[in-house]
Design a protein around this ligand. Structure first.
Ligand code: CP
Length: 334
C-alpha cells in the first residue's frame, strides 16, 4: 500500500469538505482547492489588518490568548515555521515548536500517536508540514473535534498559506487578478507552491496562468487544470505581469537524469534582468524561497526594485495571523 493510499483511504470525504464546519466556517486549512473566491478575499482582507509599515512595531492582538499552537515540521523550513511561530505569539498564544529530530518519532512513534500525545497537553491548533501526501487531511480526520489542523506544506501537493501570501502580495501590487498574466517558472512537477498558487489564482479568475519548465519538470496536466504548460521561457514571459521563480526541489527528485546541469538550466530557464525585459514593464518578480541564486534566478534581479520577495515574507506573517484568527474563532464558536 502506498503512502498516498494509507493516508487517503477509500470512501472518505474530499479535503475540501473536511476543512469546513457544518455551518461553513473554516476549521482546518488543508487546501485552496475549492475554497472559493469569497473566502480567499475575506482572508486577504483580514490579513491586511495585521500589516504595519516596516520599521514600525508589528501588529499584535489577544485573539489567541489562552490557546496553544504546536508547530510540527517533519521537513525543513525557515519562513513558514518562523512566521507561524511569530504570528501565534503576536496574537497571545502559547507556542510549542517540536524538535522533530529529537522527538520520539525518531524512536518509531507514529504521527498520530505524536498528535494524540500533544492533544493530551491541550494543544488547540497544529501546524503540520510533512513530505507525504495526505498527512494533514488524515490527521484532521483523527484528532478531537476541538482541534484545528493547518497544512504548512504537504509533499508536492499543497501549501495553502503560501498560496494566500502570494495572492496577497500580487493584490497589493496589482489590485485585481482578472486582467493579469502570471508566469510560474521552474520545477513545477515537484512544487506544492505552484499548485497552491494555481488553485488560488484560478479561484480569483486570473486571466492567464502559464507554467514554464523543462520537459522533465513539467506537471501532469490533470493536476493543474486551466493552466498553460510551456517549455519556452521567452514565450512564457512575454507580457507577463507577475513572474514567479521556483527552485529545483532536489529532495523530491529520485534521479536527476534529463534535468539540465546548472549552467544550462540558468541559460534556458533562469530569470534575469535581461529576460524580464520581455515581461510587462511593471512586472513584479516573486520567489517563495529558499532561493538558489544563479540557478533559477539571477542574484541581482532578486535584489532589484522589481523583486517583491521580502514583501512575500512580511505578508506571510499577516496571512498566518489571519488564518490562525479565523480557525481560533471557529473553535471558540463550536
Ligand atoms: N516558502 C517556504 O515554504 O519556505 P520554507 O521552506 O523556508 O518554509
Amino acid at each position: 500500500m502506498s503512502v498516498t493510499e494509507l493516508f487517503r483511504p477509500d470512501g472518505v470525504a474530499d479535503d475540501r469538505d473536511l476543512q469546513l464546519t457544518p455551518n461553513g466556517e473554516l476549521k482546518h486549512l488543508i487546501t485552496l482547492n475549492g475554497i472559493g473566491k469569497q473566502r480567499i478575499e475575506a482572508l486577504l482582507d483580514h490579513a491586511e489588518g495585521y500589516l504595519s509599515p516596516l520599521g514600525e512595531q508589528a501588529v499584535r492582538s489577544n485573539e489567541l490568548q489562552g490557546m496553544t499552537v504546536a508547530n510540527l515540521f517533519f521537513e525543513p523550513s525557515t519562513r513558514t515555521r518562523a512566521s507561524f511561530d511569530l504570528a501565534a505569539r503576536r496574537m497571545g498564544a502559547d507556542v510549542l515548536n517540536l524538535d522533530v529530530n529529537t522527538s520520539s518519532r525518531k524512536k518509531g512513534e507514529s504521527i498520530l500517536d505524536t498528535l494524540y500525545t500533544l492533544q493530551a497537553m491541550q494543544v488547540d491548533i497544529f501546524v503540520v508540514r510533512d513530505a507525504s501526501s495526505g498527512v494533514p487531511a488524515y490527521i484532521a480526520r483523527h484528532v478531537g473535534d476541538h482541534i484545528s489542523i493547518l497544512n504548512a506544506g504537504e509533499s508536492n501537493l499543497s501549501h495553502p498559506t503560501q498560496g494566500l501570501l502570494d495572492l496577497l502580495t500580487i493584490r497589493r501590487h496589482k489590485g485585481k487578478f482578472e486582467n493579469l498574466t502570471v508566469a510560474i517558472v521552474g520545477d513545477i512537477a515537484h512544487s506544492r507552491v505552484a499548485r497552491s498558487a494555481a488553485e488560488g489564482l484560478r479561484a480569483m479568475n486570473v486571466a492567464e496562468l502559464r507554467l514554464i519548465s523543462p520537459q522533465p519538470l513539467a506537471p501532469d496536466p490533470a493536476s493543474v487544470p486551466g493552466c498553460q504548460i510551456l517549455h519556452d521561457l521567452e514565450a512564457g514571459l512575454r507580457g507577463a505581469d507577475v513572474v514567479m521563480a521556483l527552485r529545483i526541489q532536489r529532495e523530491r527528485i529520485g534521479s536527476l537524469d534529463g534535468i539540465p546541469a546548472i549552467d544550462e538550466y540558468f541559460a534556458n530557464f533562469g530569470i534575469s534582468r535581461e529576460r524580464m525585459k520581455i515581461a510587462a514593464p511593471d512586472a513584479i518578480v516573486m520567489h517563495p524561497g529558499p532561493m538558489n541564486r544563479g540557478i533559477e534566478i539571477e542574484s541581482a534581479l532578486a535584489d532589484s526594485k522589481q523583486s517583491v520577495i521580502t514583501e512575500q515574507v512580511t505578508n506571510g506573517v499577516a496571512v498566518r495571523m489571519a488564518v490562525l484568527a479565523t480557525v481560533a474563532s471557529t473553535l471558540s464558536n463550536s
